[in-house]
Design a protein around this ligand. Structure first.
Ligand code: GDP
Ligand code: MN
Length: 336
């Protein structure tokens, strides 16, 4: 997709001259999408929107990952809407598929029960592979090794406002490690033993719990039980250094060893959220009010002073998910 003679880090070529100053301060970051070949149409639409609203001014690279080889059509159509560098990677087998230590009879019995109980994706093995990959493996992919920051983008999402200042630079300059736009409750039935497992881990490793953690956001009773609040991880702007670090690595391995990704249906959203809220400083978690974001069926529309006007947002701020009864914005705000 790149012009063969163009240096993707040449700010005079990528982004107009008004934004050249932004581009010269580009962070060590990438835009990241996990997708299937069957997601091509929706992937192209998401990429095109983020390019229009943000990346044409900054020229960050894109990385696409898939457990299968990307089709020529996927690569051609995605590359067509990207101005800067782009790469397509295949996920190593062991980072994706159900590991051998999982008792398949037990796992399939759990899936059957979840189908009966009508739990979303309850019968799906591939969804479980995806959740485990996003929890503990994506940041180990060779194409991501050179980057510190990523912005997770999914097929079929929408960005409703102009993003004129660089969120990666904001994260770097303000010592943040995790940024979100939507927070909500998880379905308890997908993670029945997760909190007990996490509690066992923190009892065995009390030194890992950050003294300025965000426990008051994830628990209504001082840590006795989990209130199911989490950051909706289909949008994330975050540091891979945190996931790659000792504390989160031990945490992920501990969770993974219980088989909960397959015996239950643990999502990467609660895993990331519990990791970051317990083991990081809560001041390092950032709510990006100014990024208008939609993933069906929910929209976050900027609501804080002037953000909606500044971003020329197309969304209706009164319909922002922040005000929904199912939002965890109340729990987030009470910790400040
Ligand atoms: P939901 O948002 O929880 O409903 O789940 P999605 O279907 O949107 O999946 C989450 C992300 O993982 C999206 O980026 C999907 O494209 C991707 N994804 C889900 N399942 C698979 C899969 O089996 N293979 C690949 N390569 N990507 C997947
Ligand atoms: Mn999705």
């Amino acid at each position: 997709s790149q012009l063969p003679w163009a240096d993707p880090h040449d700010s005079a070529l990528f982004g107009d001259t008004h934004h050249a100053a932004n581009a010269t301060q580009r962070q060590n970051a990438t835009l990241l999408m996990l997708a299937r070949n069957s997601d091509t149409d929706n992937a192209v639409r998401s990429v095109r929107e983020l390019e229009d609203k943000f990346n044409k001014k900054f020229g960050y690279p894109w990385v696409f990952l898939n457990e299968e080889e990307f089709s020529e059509e996927f690569k051609r159509r995605v590359s067509n809407v990207i101005s800067g560098p782009v790469s397509f990677g295949q996920i190593p087998h062991d980072h994706w598929y159900q590991p051998d230590f999982i008792d398949e009879a037990k796992a399939s019995a759990a899936r059957e029960q979840m189908i009966k109980d009508n739990i979303i994706y309850g019968g799906s093995v591939s969804y479980r592979n995806m959740c485990r990959f996003n929890s503990g493996f994506f940041y180990r992919h060779e194409l991501l090794q050179k980057y510190k920051w990523y912005w997770r983008v999914e097929p079929d999402v929408h960005f409703h406002c102009d993003i004129d200042s660089d969120p990666f630079k904001f994260m770097e300059d303000n010592n943040k490690i995790y940024g979100f736009t939507i927070t909500m409750y998880e379905y308890h039935a997908t993670i029945p033993t997760m909190w007990d497992t996490v509690t066992r881990f923190t009892r065995e490793n009390p030194q890992y719990v950050h003294p300025n953690n965000a426990m008051a956001y994830i628990s209504d009773n001082g840590g006795e039980s989990y209130n199911l609040c989490h950051f909706w991880s289909n949008f994330e702007i975050a540091s891979m250094d945190f996931w790659r670090g000792e504390v989160y690595s031990k945490f992920f391995d501990y969770l993974d060893a219980t088989g909960g990704f397959y015996y239950e249906r643990w999502g990467d959203a609660p895993v990331h959220s519990l990791g970051v809220t317990l083991f990081a400083d809560k001041d390092q978690i950032h709510f990006f009010d100014d990024i208008g974001y939609e993933h069906n069926p929910y929209v976050h529309c900027p609501r804080q002073s002037g953000n909606w006007e500044k971003g020329k947002c197309a969304c209706n701020p009164e319909r922002s998910f922040d005000f929904d009864g199912y939002s965890c914005m109340r729990q987030w705000e009470r910790i400040w």
